[in-house]
Design a protein around this ligand. Structure first.
Ligand SMILES: O=c1ccn([C@@H]2O[C@H](COP(=O)(O)OP(=O)(O)O[C@H]3O[C@H](CO)[C@@H](O)[C@H](O)[C@H]3O)[C@@H](O)[C@H]2O)c(=O)[nH]1
Ligand SMILES: [Mn+2]
Length: 751
C-alpha cells in the first residue's frame, strides 16, 4: 500500500532554454540602449523623436513582459498507468458542451464533439454529458436525439476496438480496410462498414433536417419547441439517455440537453451565463466533483483525456494546489503555414510552457477540467475544513443562510453545493424531483441577488469570460496546470478568412482589456489577493493586447510621416548609432525564426505570424481598444459574436489549391489597415518621384526601408485593392481609407 501511494501520477520538469534566454536578454538590452540614446538626444530632436521614444518604451516594456512569460518553461509527464492503482474508484466527471447558433455552429460538428466525449476511455457510469444550447434550436435537439441513438453503437465499437479518434467525422476520414493492418480482421471489417453506414445515415438525417425550416414535426418530445424564439423562451431540459435507472445503459454516459430560459429584458451573459446554468443543473442531477468544459467544435482527440486530466488533479498535493487542468487549444485541418497566424503553436510552445512554470496556464475556455468546489468559490485554505465537515468558501465558514444568499434560493441546490464543497461523495438525488428543481435554477431571474457571475461560477463582465474566471481562481492562490498528452487532448477549428479571424481577435482583445480596466483587474489581485508577482506580469501582457494597437499603429505610420513631412525618426546611416536599431531588427527576426523552426513550423509560417501580428494589432486590436473606451463612457455595450465553424472540407478561401487569399468584408475592421497601406504607398511614391527633400546622403534610408517593410506586411491588403468579390477590399472601405489617407498626407505637409 505504502508503495502505491508513492507511485507518481504527474511530474513537472524544467526545460533548458539557455540560448533562448540569451537572445531574449540581448534584445531587451538593445531596446534599453535605444531608449537611452533617444532619451539623451530628445532635446535636439522634435516631436517625432518623442513619439518614437514613447512607442519604443511601450515595446520594450512589452518585451520585458514576454521575457518574463517565457523564462521558466516546463514539460509535463503524466502516468495514467498508475491512476487506477492509486484510485481504483475513479471520480465522476460532468462534461459540458456549449453551442449558441445552429447556423454558425453546424449541429453535425457539435454532435461529433458530444460523441467523442461520450466515447472517452473512462467508466461510462462516472460520466454525464450536458449540451447547453443558447440557440434554443429544435434542429440541435433533434440532432442530439439522433446522435444519442448512434452513440449506443458507436461507444461500444470504440471501446471494443480501442479506436484512437472518437469523433466519427475524423475517424472515417481514414479507411483502415484499405491498409493491410493486422488488426483488420473480418469481424472488425464488417462492424466498421456497418458503423460507417450508420454514421452516414446520421449525417443524412441531420442534413435533411437542417434544410427544412422546421427539422421535424414539433410533436411529442419536440412540442416544447413550438412557438419558441431564440431570445424569448422558457427553460427546456431533456434527459436524453439515462433518465430511468433501468434504461440507463452502462455503456453510454448520461446525456442531457439544456436550453436555459431567455427573456429580452434579462441580460444572459453569453457563454459565462450558459456555463453557470450548466454548473447548477448538473449540480442537481449528477453533482460530479470535476467538470470538463469544451466549445462545440472541440472534440476529444485523445480517448485517454479524462484519465490524463485526473493525473493532474487527484493526488493529495494537487487537491490543495491545482484548481484546473487546461489543455492548450489545438486545431485540426489548419491550412498550411498558418496563413491567419491563429493556430497558436508558437504561443503555446514558449509562452504557454513558460507560464506553466509560474502559477500555471490561464483558463482558455475550452478543454479545461475544473474542480466543482473551486468554481463554487472555494479557496485553497478552505479545503482543510473538509476534514472537519465544515463548509467554507472565500476563506469563511458558512451556514445555510449564507449558502442560500450566495447560491440562490433553491434549497436543494444549496444542499448539493454543500456536498460538493465538503468533498462528500455522491448526492442523494431523486432524478424526477431534481429535474423539477433544475428548471428553477435554469431560469433567467434565478441569479438575481446571488453571487453567481460575481464571486461564484463563471465571472461576468468580459467577452473573455474564460481568462476572467481563471484570473479570479489564480487570485485566490490556486495554481493550474497543462494537459499536454500526445496526441493532443482536444482539437477544434480555427477561423479562416480575414473577417472571421479579425472578429475573433477583436472579441479577445476587447474581453481582455475589459478585465484590465475593470474591477477585477489583476493589479488588485496582486495587491489584495494571492496572485504571484510574475503571474501579474503574465496577466498584464495578456490583458493589454488591445493597448498594443496604439503604439503599433503610430510606429507603422512614423516612417511614412517622416518621408512626407521631411523629418527623421532614425539616425543617419553614417551614424554608428544606427547599429542599435539594425541589431534589434536582425535579432528580433532571427529569434522569432528560431522559435518557429524549433516548434516545427516553417519560415513561411514565421512570415505569416509576423504579418498577421501587424495586421491584427493595427486592425482588430485597435477597434477593440476603441470599443472598450466607448464602453467605459457608457456609449456602447460589448457583444459576443460567435465564430463561424467551417464544416465542409472544400475551403472557400482557396486553401485547397495551396494559394491562400486573404478575404475582406465591409466591416470597419479593414479601414485602419487599408489606410496604413495607402499612406505608406504614398510615401514611397513621393520618394521615387524625388519629391522628398530630405532623402539622400544617408538621410531617410532607414525610413524608406521601414516603409517598404510595412507595405510587405500589408501585402494581402495591397492585393486586395486589385481583387474583386470577397478577395477584394470593398469600394466603400477603399473610399473611407483614401479619404483618411488624404487628410493624413495633408496634415503631414502642413505640419
Ligand atoms: O451566447 C453565447 C455565445 C457563445 N457561446 C459558446 O461559446 C463557445 C465559444 O465561442 P466561439 O465563437 O467558438 O469563440 P472562440 O473565440 O473560438 O472561443 C474562445 O474564446 C472565447 C472567449 O472569447 C471562450 O469562451 C472560448 O472558450 C474560447 O475557445 C462556443 O461553444 C459557443 O457556442 C455560448 O454558449 N453562448
Ligand atoms: Mn471556437
Amino acid at each position: 500500500m505504502a508503495k502505491q501511494v508513492s507511485l507518481p501520477l504527474y511530474e513537472k520538469v524544467a526545460r533548458k532554454n539557455t540560448t533562448q534566454r540569451a537572445l531574449d536578454i540581448t534584445l531587451l538590452f538593445l531596446l534599453l540602449s535605444l531608449l537611452l540614446y533617444r532619451f539623451l538626444s530628445l532635446s535636439s530632436h522634435g516631436f517625432v523623436w518623442l513619439l518614437a521614444f514613447l512607442c519604443e518604451s511601450y515595446f520594450t516594456f512589452n518585451w520585458f513582459l514576454i521575457v518574463n512569460c517565457k523564462w521558466n518553461p516546463v514539460d509535463f509527464i503524466t502516468y495514467p498507468q498508475n491512476l487506477e492503482k492509486r484510485f481504483p474508484e475513479l471520480p465522476p466527471v460532468d462534461m459540458f458542451v456549449t453551442t449558441a447558433d445552429p447556423v454558425l455552429e453546424p449541429p453535425l460538428i457539435t454532435m461529433n464533439t458530444v460523441l467523442s466525449l461520450l466515447a472517452v476511455d473512462y467508466p461510462a457510469d462516472k460520466l454525464a454529458c450536458y449540451l447547453s444550447d443558447d440557440g434554443c434550436s429544435p434542429l440541435t435537439f433533434y440532432s442530439l436525439v439522433e446522435a444519442s441513438k448512434f452513440a449506443k453503437l458507436w461507444v461500444p465499437f470504440c471501446k471494443k476496438y480501442n479506436v484512437q479518434v472518437r469523433a466519427p467525422f475524423r475517424y472515417f476520414l481514414d479507411d483502415p480496410l484499405s491498409s493491410n493492418s493486422t488488426g483488420a480482421n473480418s469481424e472488425f471489417k464488417q462492424e466498421w462498414k456497418k458503423m460507417k453506414a450508420e454514421y452516414e445515415e446520421l449525417c443524412l438525417k441531420i442534413e435533411a433536417a437542417s434544410r427544412k425550416s422546421v427539422p421535424c414535426e414539433l410533436r411529442g418530445e419536440f412540442a416544447v419547441f413550438s412557438n419558441v424564439e431564440r431570445s424569448n423562451h422558457p427553460t427546456i431540459i431533456k434527459i436524453i439517455t439515462g433518465e430511468k435507472k433501468q434504461s440507463f445503459s452502462d455503456d453510454v454516459p448520461r446525456l442531457v440537453y439544456i436550453s436555459r430560459e431567455k427573456r429580452p429584458k434579462h441580460p444572459h451573459h453569453y457563454k459565462a451565463g450558459a456555463m453557470n446554468v450548466l454548473s447548477r443543473v448538473s449540480g442537481l442531477l449528477t453533482n460530479a466533483p470535476y467538470m470538463l468544459n469544451v466549445d462545440c467544435d472541440m472534440f476529444a482527440n485523445n480517448p485517454q483525456v479524462v484519465r490524463q486530466a485526473m493525473c493532474g488533479l487527484l493526488d493529495s498535493k494537487s487537491q490543495r494546489e491545482i484548481a484546473f487542468v487546461q489543455s492548450p487549444q489545438c486545431f485540426y485541418d489548419g491550412p498550411k503555414d498558418d496563413p491567419y497566424g491563429n493556430q497558436l503553436v508558437v504561443l503555446i510552445e514558449y509562452v504557454g510552457r513558460g507560464v506553466a512554470g509560474l502559477q500555471g496556464p490561464c483558463y482558455s475556455g475550452t478543454g479545461c477540467f475544473h474542480r466543482r468546489n473551486v468554481i463554487y468559490g472555494q479557496w485553497p485554505q478552505d479545503v482543510e475544513n473538509h476534514a472537519r465537515n465544515h463548509t467554507s468558501i472565500n476563506g469563511k465558514l458558512v451556514g445555510n443562510e449564507v449558502l442560500i444568499k450566495e447560491f440562490g434560493k433553491s434549497k436543494r441546490f444549496s444542499e448539493s453545493a454543500t456536498y460538493a464543497l465538503n468533498g462528500k461523495k455522491g448526492f442523494p438525488n431523486n432524478l424526477s424531483d431534481s429535474l423539477e428543481e433544475a428548471f428553477h435554477v435554469a431560469s433567467c431571474d434565478y441569479e438575481f441577488g446571488t453571487s453567481w457571475g460575481n464571486k461564484i461560477g463563471w465571472i461576468y463582465g468580459s467577452m473573455t469570460e474564460d481568462v476572467m474566471t481563471g484570473l479570479m481562481i489564480h487570485k485566490k492562490g490556486w495554481k493550474s496546470t497543462w494537459l499536454m498528452p500526445k496526441p493532443p487532448a482536444f482539437l477544434g477549428c480555427a477561423p479562416s478568412g480575414g473577417p472571421a479571424t479579425m472578429t475573433q481577435q477583436k472579441r479577445w482583445a476587447t474581453g481582455l482589456l475589459e478585465i484590465l480596466v475593470g474591477r477585477n483587474s489583476p493589479i488588485f489581485g496582486f495587491l489584495k489577493g494571492k496572485l504571484q508577482f510574475r503571474m501579474l506580469l503574465v496577466y498584464l501582457w495578456l490583458l493589454s493586447w488591445g493597448l498594443y494597437s496604439v503604439p503599433e499603429l503610430l510606429y507603422a505610420t512614423l516612417p511614412a510621416y517622416c518621408i512626407i513631412a521631411n523629418s527623421q525618426f532614425l539616425p543617419k546611416v553614417q551614424d554608428p548609432v544606427i547599429l542599435i536599431p539594425v541589431a534589434i531588427f536582425v535579432i528580433y527576426n532571427l529569434l522569432t525564426i528560431r522559435e518557429h523552426l524549433k516548434a516545427g513550423m516553417s519560415i513561411s509560417a514565421w512570415w505569416n505570424f509576423m504579418k498577421m501580428g501587424r495586421i491584427t494589432r493595427t486592425s482588430a486590436y485597435l477597434l477593440a481598444a476603441l470599443t472598450v473606451v466607448l464602453k467605459l463612457f457608457g456609449l456602447s455595450e460589448t457583444v459576443f459574436e460567435v465564430t463561424q465553424k467551417d464544416q465542409s472540407d472544400s475551403d472557400g478561401d482557396g486553401t485547397k489549391n495551396g494559394a491562400i487569399k486573404f478575404t475582406f468584408d465591409e466591416s470597419p475592421l479593414f479601414v485602419p489597415g487599408t489606410t496604413l497601406l495607402l499612406v505608406n504607398l504614398t510615401a514611397l511614391v513621393i520618394v521615387s518621384l524625388g519629391l522628398a527633400h530630405d532623402v539622400g546622403h544617408g538621410l531617410g534610408v532607414g525610413e524608406v526601408f521601414c516603409c517598404l517593410w510595412v507595405v510587405l506586411f500589408f501585402l494581402p491588403f495591397l492585393k486586395g485593392l486589385f481583387r474583386s468579390g470577397k478577395y477584394g477590399i470593398p469600394k466603400s472601405t477603399i473610399f473611407k481609407s483614401t479619404s483618411l489617407a488624404i487628410v493624413f498626407v495633408f496634415l503631414c505637409r502642413t505640419s
